[in-house]
Design a protein around this ligand. Structure first.
Ligand code: GAP
Length: 502
């Protein structure tokens, strides 16, 4: 059931709480099945959230497949042959180390308990101790020395925050994949997994796409889709969910050229995040010192969430690990014939299993970053007139609603004129008509969901076909002819302008 969010050590808890409350109150994100008290780490996007998320997904899709003529998209199934997950390593090693406290009966991720302790050392100024602890943890986990991990937790004096005791169980590995069965009869049933990443749907279709699309290396395959992980500790709102969405791209390259592509995609992806409006000082690269067995380089793009800098996207140079493993297990060749001539030998490069550079960003984490960044509280006015204003400073191309049209009063033909304007704009943009309450309140309602433009229809409109347009961020108002609205709004909300910055 949904329990209160547990903030990481030293985080400004109130601001994440503000974000969660705002997201719920204004139709962005709801706890799943709330009438039954919710389901932990599962969330639903509301009427405004789905628009914002769809806009982010569209931008990512266009940035991948439209801006690069050697990247195409697919949409693979969530269910895959179970051997897929054996080949990828998920059956054997997609685990988190967990530990239970015998007194509180609460379950924790052993590595996160140690990370919090290291963070506490760092916050207290003892960087050396913090680094040493993380290194020791990395060593023990690398050796799969689970008893050593438990001993380290006890030696560090880590107590369960609920019971206050260190009455810990042994540390056990917990596989994060959800499983279910296919087959209508129990005896026919066979174990199947909900995919924990979308990437494998791309790997198993590598040759289908390459052959049918006559793709030449280097080329990429992009996909957006749901992924599922049975996260032991679900924290920090939509940051860590059990059902989430990934936007992944595998870029297939000639072995030996992977580092150049890795660097190029790393920079391209950083530009994407800045183009959607995330400020450069809230983004940073975090290079992985310790690499997964399949990678020869890895970096995360981290965003400064209210609970600190955390991973939003991973960029991995995955070598030929996945395709090679699929080739071995499926006994189907996963090779590409490269007829380009190698200048060193004067002969074609010939057959090889391509290397892969992967970019993988969580749609929900990107959504959360954009939402946190847009959430703005300002004090406006002076003296007695001072008041607090809250609004969502979303890039207009991302806003769920692009413009709201208001008649000043509900009579004298103003509503009809306003509805006429809505009709003239709605085939192009998401526009709404709003006549309830005083105009100030209507502005506030639109500010709270991030609508960049409010269009007011007044008596002058009936005389000269002009309207006032109020800008969300500055609250400045200008008067323009109705005939100019489409071009003016179109220019501001266009995704094209965002894509041009990448
Ligand atoms: N194919 C590589 C892969 O899946 P990952 O680092 O495990 O790598 C990639 O996941 C991205 O997916 C992360 O950077 C994050 O944005 C998102 N993600 C992973 N687990 C998540 C979860 N439990 N909830 C929300 N997003 C998650």
């Amino acid at each position: 059931m949904n329990t209160p969010q547990t903030p990481a050590a030293g985080s400004p808890a109130t601001s994440l709480q503000d974000i969660i409350a705002h997201a719920k109150e204004y139709g962005f994100v709801f706890p799943s099945s709330e009438i039954y008290d919710g389901l932990q780490a599962v969330y639903d996007y509301g009427q405004n959230g789905v628009e914002l998320k769809n806009n982010l997904k569209t931008l990512w899709w266009k940035a991948m497949t439209q801006l690069h003529d050697n990247v195409v998209g697919i949409d693979a199934s969530i269910f895959m042959h179970p051997l897929t997950w054996k080949a990828s390593g998920h059956v054997d090693s997609f685990n988190d180390p967990m530990i239970d406290n015998r007194d509180s009966k609460k379950r924790y991720r052993a590595d996160q308990l140690l990370e919090l302790k290291a963070e506490a050392y760092a916050n207290a100024g003892d960087e050396e101790k913090s680094t040493a602890l993380l290194q020791e943890m990395g060593r023990l986990l690398g050796d799969n020395d689970l008893e050593g991990v438990r001993n380290l937790i006890i030696a560090e004096g880590i107590k369960d925050p609920v019971s206050g005791t260190d009455n810990w169980t042994e540390v056990r590995q917990f596989n994060l994949m959800f499983s279910t069965q296919v087959g209508s009869l129990a005896e026919d049933a066979s174990l199947i997994y909900l995919r924990p990443e979308t990437a494998q749907g791309i790997f198993v279709n590598f040759l289908n796409v390459q052959k049918t699309g006559r793709m030449k290396i280097p080329f990429g395959i992009a996909q957006i889709g749901k992924a599922f992980r049975n996260e032991i500790v679900a924290r920090q709102f939509t940051f860590r969910m059990r059902e989430f969405e990934q936007m992944e791209m595998q870029f297939f390259v000639r072995p030996g050229t992977e580092m150049q592509w890795y660097e190029s995609w790393r920079d391209t992806r950083m530009k994407f995040h800045q183009a959607v409006g995330l400020p450069a000082d809230k983004l940073k690269f975090h290079i992985h010192e310790k690499l997964a067995h399949y990678a020869n380089a890895a970096v995360d793009i981290e965003y400064k969430f209210p609970f600190g800098f955390r991973e939003m996207e991973g960029i991995h140079s995955r070598t030929d690990f996945d395709l090679k493993a699929h080739q071995e297990l499926s006994r189907k060749k996963q090779q590409y014939f490269d007829n380009e001539v190698d200048p060193a030998t004067g002969k074609p490069y010939g057959n090889y299993i391509p290397y892969v550079v992967e970019t993988s960003v969580g749609a929900d984490r990107l959504f959360l970053a954009v939402f946190c960044n847009a959430f703005t509280k300002e004090t406006v006015g002076e003296g007695d007139q001072q008041k607090e204003r809250t609004y969502l400073k979303l890039h207009p191309a991302l806003a769920p609603i692009k413009a709201a049209v208001f008649p000043l009063v509900r009579k004298d033909g103003l509503p009809e004129k306003a509805e006429e304007i809505v009709k003239s704009l709605r085939s192009e943009f998401r526009v709404i008509y709003e006549e309830r309450d005083a105009i100030g309140k209507r502005y506030t309602r639109q500010d709270l969901i991030g609508t960049p433009f409010c269009i007011a229809v007044d008596y002058q409109t009936l005389e000269d076909n002009t309207v006032t347009v109020r800008y969300r961020d500055t609250t400045e108002q200008i008067r323009i002819p109705i005939s100019e609205l489409k071009a003016m709004i179109g220019q501001e909300v266009s995704m094209e302008r965002v894509l041009e910055k990448m």
